[in-house]
Write a protein that binds this ligand. Sequence first.
Ligand code: SF4
Length: 185
Amino acid sequence: MCTDNPGVWEYIANWARKHSIWVLAYGTGCGAIELPPTMTSRYDAERFGLRGAATPRQADLLIISGYLATKSLKRVIRTYEQMYDPKYVMALGSCTINGGMYWDSYNTIKKLDLYIPVDVYVAGCMPRPEAIIQGIISLQKRIEEGKAEGAKKYRENIEWYKKNQREVLGDDFLPDYTWNFEGGI
Ligand code: SF4
C-alpha cells in the first residue's frame, strides 16, 4: 500500500527507525566510560529504543567515544563500511570535533568527519550520560525528519573521504569491503 506513496512510507520507516537503534560502541577514548551508565538502570537509554549490537552488520548506530588514534581509524572505517544502510554515527567529546586536549598530538586525528560522516556530535570532555541522551534525542529527531543522511553523504562524496583517509593511513589503507558505490549496501 505504502509503495504508492514513498513519502508516507519513508515517514513510517523513519518513525520506526528512530525507536529501534542498535548500537555499536567503539571505545576509542575516555568517553567510553560514560556509556555503561547511559545504558544501565540509572539512565536507561533502552527506553529510547537503544540496545547493543554484537556486530557491525547488525548495528544502526556507531558511537565513537572520544579521541581516535590514527591506528584505530583504519578499524573504524572498516567497521563503518560493514554496517548496513540506514546507519548513523555519533561522536562523543571535544576530541572528535577539534582534537580536544590532543589537538597537537602526532598520532590522533583532529576532526572525525573528515574521514567518516558524523550525524550527531556530543560536545564536552567528557560528556556525561545526560549529554549523551540529549544527543540520542537529537539524532532521533534528525532520523524522523529524514535529515540523518551521513551515509548518503559518504556515498556521494566517497572520493573526498578516501582521499582524506589515504592522507592519514598511507600504505596501510584498506580496500573497500562491502560498500556498493551504485546505491549503498
Ligand atoms: S573529549 Fe575529553 S574525555 Fe573525551 S576522549 Fe577527549 S580527552 Fe577524553
